[in-house]
Ligand binder design. Structure first.
Ligand code: TMP
Ligand code: MG
Length: 214
């Protein structure tokens, strides 16, 4: 049986990621692929609950401790992801280790340190990075109340995502990281994403799943 594809969407807040991941899952299922959504952080687990409290500023945590919790939250889900891929289910992921690195490195943690706890996770077959200019982002209305949802943090995170893109290209090849402009309408962005994903889903069926940063 051909395996499913691991597709990640990354991007800054207000890039329309959540809208696009749910549209992508629907479209894949409508096209006859089995697909499911996985969101990180997954706030439904006990580790996810600690992350959720931190993001809502209901608790304070050391920067390294929270970095490792985000990674642990991915590790507690990796077996289910790999099982689904093996059974032919495509897993569409809303944020992954790349957000983990970009947000923690933006706080000043060492970039190489930030990479290491996610080493060995299933390697996405494609990561689509939704890009948005600061001007468009500000036109989309006020940020929410969560930690990191402010202009200064988002600017620093954007710079770190550029480094992450380079690192993915260097370690795993440029084809694994695809920039998609999120400036257009929901339908335009959806069409651009579909143009990439359709090919990937068809192509990876008999390739083994890679390992992140290995
Ligand atoms: P969300 O808005 O997609 O639920 O993500 C919550 C916040 O957590 C968002 O600002 C990005 C941040 N984040 C990290 O700092 N590290 C991570 O590993 C992940 C997945 C998200
Ligand atoms: Mg958010």
């Amino acid at each position: 049986m051909p395996r499913g594809a691991l597709i990640v969407l990354e991007g800054l807040d207000r890039s329309g990621k959540s809208t696009q991941v749910s549209r992508l899952v629907s479209r894949l299922n409508a096209a006859g692929h089995r697909a499911r959504l996985q969101k990180f952080p997954d706030r439904t687990t006990p580790i996810g609950g600690m992350i959720d409290a931190y993001l809502r500023s209901a608790s304070e945590l050391d920067d390294r401790a929270v970095h490792l919790l985000f990674s642990a939250n991915r590790w507690e889900c990796h077996a289910a992801i790999e099982r689904d891929l093996a059974q032919g289910v495509t897993v569409v992921v809303d944020r992954y280790a790349f957000s983990g690195i970009a947000f923690s490195a933006a706080k000043g943690l060492d970039f190489t340190y930030c990479l290491s706890p996610d080493t060995g996770l299933p390697l996405p077959d494609a990561t689509l990075y939704l890009t948005l200019s600061p001007e468009t982002a500000s036109r989309r209305g006020a940020y929410g109340a969560e930690r990191y949802e402010n202009v200064d943090t988002q600017t620093a995170v954007r710079a770190q995502f550029a480094k992450v893109a380079e690192e993915v290209g260097r370690r795993h090849g440029d084809a694994r990281w695809v920039e998609v402009s999120a400036e257009g309408s929901v339908e335009e962005v959806e069409r651009d994403i579909w143009g990439v994903v359709e090919d990937v889903v068809r192509r990876v069926g008999d390739e083994p799943v890679g390992r992140l940063w290995e």
